[in-house]
Design a protein around this ligand. Structure first.
Ligand SMILES: [Zn+2]
Length: 72
């Protein structure tokens, strides 16, 4: 995860906001599972505040499952 320089648009299709964060495409796929379409740039996905918040929320849920999956 990292900060993004200004002007990079959010990678969620249809979102016109400027992104404030970038995450790896693999991680951002939790958003695709929610029905959002992403346009990754070299395996990075750029997210605006709104979508980054959503991403964090989904990510928290997924982490629980992943821990369980790795052990199992
Ligand atoms: Zn967005």
């Amino acid at each position: 995860m990292g900060k993004v320089r200004k002007g990079q648009k959010c990678s969620v299709n249809g979102c016109e906001n400027t992104s404030s964060h970038s995450v790896s495409y693999v991680e951002a796929r939790v958003l695709e599972e929610k029905g959002l379409k992403l346009s990754p740039l070299r395996n990075r996905v750029y997210l605006c505040d709104e979508h980054y918040k959503l991403f964090k929320k989904l990510r928290k849920k997924i982490e629980k499952y992943e821990k369980w999956r790795i052990r199992g």
